[in-house]
Design a protein around this ligand. Structure first.
Ligand SMILES: NC(=O)c1ccc[n+]([C@@H]2O[C@H](COP(=O)([O-])OP(=O)(O)OC[C@H]3O[C@@H](n4cnc5c(N)ncnc54)[C@H](O)[C@@H]3O)[C@@H](O)[C@H]2O)c1
Length: 297
């Protein structure tokens, strides 16, 4: 694998390009926006770009690629049209992976009459050049061997891929986040906590442990010598009661306004760019600290 096509170079495409270039791969990037190349080169400041080529046409990018990572807008009609072009142009053995946050790969592959078996979702987390997770999701027609190749490719560039056995809207991690967001929004809507307090509850509470171990291993460790079996027996019944009280929200304009006002109050004038830089600096050190702990899974 030496050349990757990065199709769509917005937030996610630019970050994938940074990762692939840093790993010594050739990148052929494409995006129809008039200022796309300039924006991409700006986003890649600090990354060596001698292996980067920008082309105007998605078909040209796909024809040159050993692996295609698509990052266009999250709309089924746009993905259909784009995948028709990619399928037409790419060699039949080239995997076409979509970064889609929640669309089903079967729906995306409807744009590919020639080789729907080489379409997968390869869903990264923002920013993909830092966060290791990639969810590899097969559609109805995806060949198992294509999933193997996508997993092998992502592993080879230092990612931590997981594979889903079948597609569901939102894949795994966004469904888990959606469950948490639903309750977070509900707590604010019910006036039980402010936006800032909910953020503190996670970022200075369980979020710290979740960055080290997943929800199951954390729960296992909460059970002392009895482990998860003890926690489920002991705290399972009250947890079932809490489930019955969890909120279901609708994203009304009023609720959206309350949430946005809460974020503005929490930020209290702190610039988003400084927050991104601070987050990324901590993520870097956290990942290095995790890598230095061989006992962590
Ligand atoms: N932002 C996130 O947190 C995040 C995380 C993981 C996955 N994703 C997924 O990544 C994809 C891109 O999201 P984003 O946040 O980078 O969006 P974005 O709006 O920043 O970028 C989308 C890019 O696609 C380009 N584009 C428009 N039409 C195109 C076409 N026909 N062919 C190629 N490019 C085209 C746009 O010019 C733009 O640069 C989406 O599918 C999204 O669900 C986003």
């Amino acid at each position: 694998m030496s050349t990757v096509a990065v199709v769509g170079t917005g937030v996610i495409g630019a970050s994938w390009a940074a990762l692939f270039l840093a790993r010594g791969l050739d990148v052929v990037a494409t995006d129809p926006a008039p200022d796309a190349e300039e924006r991409l080169r700006g986003a890649l400041e600090g990354t060596p770009t001698d292996r980067l080529r920008f082309v105007a046409d998605a078909g040209e990018a796909a024809a040159a690629a050993d692996f295609v990572q698509e990052n266009g807008p999250e709309r089924e009609d746009v993905k259909h049209a784009l995948f028709a072009v990619l399928d037409e142009a790419a060699r039949p053995d080239v995997v076409l992976a979509s970064s889609s946050s929640g669309l089903l790969p079967s729906a995306i592959a409807r744009g590919c009459p020639r080789h729907p078996e080489r379409v997968v979702v390869g869903h990264p987390f923002n920013p993909p050049h830092l966060i290791p997770l990639v969810e590899v999701v097969p559609g109805r027609d995806t060949a198992p061997e294509v999933v193997d190749r996508a997993v092998a490719f992502y592993t080879s560039v230092g990612k931590r891929p997981i594979r889903l056995t079948r597609e569901v809207p939102g894949h795994i991690a966004n469904r888990l986040q959606a469950a948490l967001w639903q309750e977070a929004y509900s707590l604010v809507e019910r006036g039980i906590a402010t936006v800032a307090d909910v953020d503190t509850a996670i970022a200075y509470g369980p979020g710290l442990r979740w960055a080290v171990l997943g929800p199951f291993l954390n729960q296992h460790l909460s059970g002392g010598p009895g482990g998860l079996a003890h926690v489920l027996a002991h705290l399972g019944p009250p947890t079932e009661e809490w489930w019955r009280d969890l909120g279901r929200v609708h994203l009304t304009p009023e609720l959206a306004e309350t949430l946005c006002a809460g974020v503005a109050a929490e930020l209290d004038g702190t610039d988003d760019a400084r927050l991104v830089a601070a987050r990324d600096a901590v993520l870097d050190r956290l990942l290095a600290a995790k890598a230095a702990q061989p006992d962590l899974p």
